[in-house]
Write a protein that binds this ligand. Structure first.
Ligand code: SF4
Ligand code: SF4
Length: 204
């Protein structure tokens, strides 16, 4: 399920994400969590940069922090895995129409990138992950995750998606004893979405 609102954090300074990571690390210890979030929203002028109202900005930040905390908890287990997959969202393709030359195989179900555009984020992520030995899937939705994991067993999975989709997939992975690492979209909206390649590179 997508968020009921759109956001774009791609222009927010990188330091914002460092701060989110630090809070994620200490999230269990924060007594004044909501105050901290509101301070960050004000400090990085998130509402001005994204047009979000305060409560939606809090939802986005809470999800980012929660996700960061889970990534840290799972990191040790993930690093021990050998057979891994990368799940990419179809919404991050450069084109959502037939200019995207990817082939969709409903039996998997996944797109296979045809590498038509060097500046396509999905293309870059696909090439990087394959070089590192990952199988790569480009998914039309989170419901494809259990289907793929039932037919091909992976020990570790890196998933790129918006916060809401990540939450659903996290539960699926936990039920299947697969170690997961999540990369959040920093611009959502179900088309022309953006994730951070540097974060993906570090995570892989
Ligand atoms: S590079 Fe791949 S995913 Fe991106 S638009 Fe082309 S075929 Fe589609
Ligand atoms: S933003 Fe992308 S990952 Fe999130 S629900 Fe929409 S299509 Fe799925």
């Amino acid at each position: 399920m997508p968020y009921k609102f759109t956001f774009d954090l791609s222009k927010v300074p990188r330091f914002f994400f460092t701060e989110i990571a630090v809070i994620g690390y200490h999230s269990g210890m924060h007594k004044t969590f909501l105050n901290t979030l509101q301070e960050i929203i004000s400090k990085f002028r998130i509402q001005e940069a994204t047009g979000l109202n305060l409560s939606d900005a809090v939802v986005v930040l809470q999800d980012l922090i929660e996700l960061q905390a889970v990534n840290l908890m799972e990191r040790g287990k993930f690093l021990e895995t050998k057979k891994r997959a990368l799940f990419l969202p179809h919404c991050a393709r450069k084109f959502m129409d037939n200019r995207c030359r990817a082939n969709f195989d409903p039996s998997i179900p996944s797109y296979t990138c045809a590498h038509c555009s060097p500046d396509c984020l999905v293309n870059k992520a696909d090439s990087l992950a394959k070089k590192k030995g990952y199988d790569v899937y480009i998914l039309p939705g989170g419901s494809c995750v259990p289907k793929i994991l039932k037919t091909t067993h992976y020990e570790g999975v890196v998933g790129v998606a918006c916060g809401e989709e990540v939450k659903l997939s996290k539960e699926i992975l936990a039920g299947m004893d697969v170690a997961g690492q999540a990369i959040p979209l920093i611009k959502n909206g179900c088309a022309n979405t953006i994730f951070n390649m540097e974060t993906l590179t570090k995570t892989l």
